[in-house]
Design a protein around this ligand. Structure first.
Ligand code: ZN
Length: 129
């Protein structure tokens, strides 16, 4: 089996604690603004579009498309960092994992997976759908 890359543990802040708790249960949460209707990532209490505080958590479907991609091969364990545009609209920076790094491309459909960080926190990542 290929060596797994060490994933640095995220530091949960009060604002993102529910996000990481949901991740531990295999769910990706997004923040939705009920004032303007936008859904956004990274999660924060104040809507970045209209500055309303009328925001709530919504579970993402876990599907998306690779918007941009950067493969780092000169590392102990090569890895791919990508911006993935989620089905709900927001784009998130993430890793593309469990695949041939030479076979992934911009525009490719991906789906959500979770990988444990150093301290066991599940971190949302994506793999080809
Ligand atoms: Zn808003």
């Amino acid at each position: 089996m290929a060596k797994e890359r060490t994933i640095v543990s995220p530091v949960p802040f009060p604002e993102t604690k529910p996000f990481w708790e949901a991740a531990a249960q295999g769910k990706l949460l997004l923040r939705h603004c009920t004032a303007c209707g936008e859904t956004y990532f990274y999660p924060r209490m104040i809507c970045p579009f209209c500055f309303s505080d009328k925001t709530e958590w919504r579970e993402a479907a876990g599907t998306g498309t690779i918007y941009s991609l950067s493969v780092t091969r000169r590392a102990e364990v090569p890895y791919a960092i990508a911006y993935v545009t989620l089905a709900e609209g927001p784009t998130m920076m993430t890793n593309i994992v469990d695949c041939d790094l030479d076979a992934i491309a911009i525009g490719q459909k991906v789906k959500l997976v979770f990988k444990p960080s150093e301290d066991g926190q599940a971190v949302p990542m994506f793999t080809p759908a």
